[in-house]
Write a protein that binds this ligand. Sequence first.
Ligand code: HEM
Length: 214
Amino acid sequence: MTLPPAAEGLGSELRAATAAMHRRVERTPYMAGLLRGQLDRRQYVQLLQQLQVLYAALEEALQQHAATPGVAPVVLPELFRHQALTEDLRALGSEALAPARQTHALQAYVARLKELAATKPALLVAHAYVRYLGDLNGGQALRQVVRRALALQGGMGTQFYDFGEAAARRQLEQRFRDGLEQIGPQWKDRTPLLEEAVSAFTRHEQLFAELASA
Ligand code: HEM
């Protein structure tokens, strides 16, 4: 008996294409340090400041394309992180709200997101995949570590990682993955999308390298 070919959805393709880069980024001294609870409050605030700028650009672009076929299925406002980041920064102290010094990697990242919003919105899907599925997965382990390491009470300063109860988080992840599968058939050659996702990881690697030496 011949088995049907394994279902190869866009989600699994993105995962396979970026797996090696995920391992690399996870092992950068900066991420490894964060995972071991070795970041102090100043460094954590610095990270959130960079992410706040990144999410402002990403979510503005996604909102702009909330009705664009090929993007709309992964625009889930419940996932948006910009507001949570702003609240975390406020909770961590007023000095934290001072304008962030933007790393070169971040500036280039934001420029790329703006370029995609203006010219190739379908590639924004790669960035939504890298950020939101990362936050919904590894972000959950990081949340516990950060709370312990910085002795943060309750959700103070870590709302960024909070997507509600585990069941709600799983449901959100499923909705995002379903969105990817709706988009998949619209791509005949998925190479540009997969390459964009790999480059999003490279941009994170560069961002973490700059933050490590800040
Ligand atoms: C120390 C840092 C990190 C840890 C411990 C971590 C851990 C994880 C874990 C456990 C998963 C679930 C894997 C699975 O389902 O088998 C995951 C998925 C994911 N992570 Fe990370 N991660 C880290 C950093 C990052 C970063 C910085 C990014 C993005 C720049 C990222 C993006 C992703 C993505 C996109 C997925 C979904 C993969 C998929 O199922 O398609 N992760 N991560």
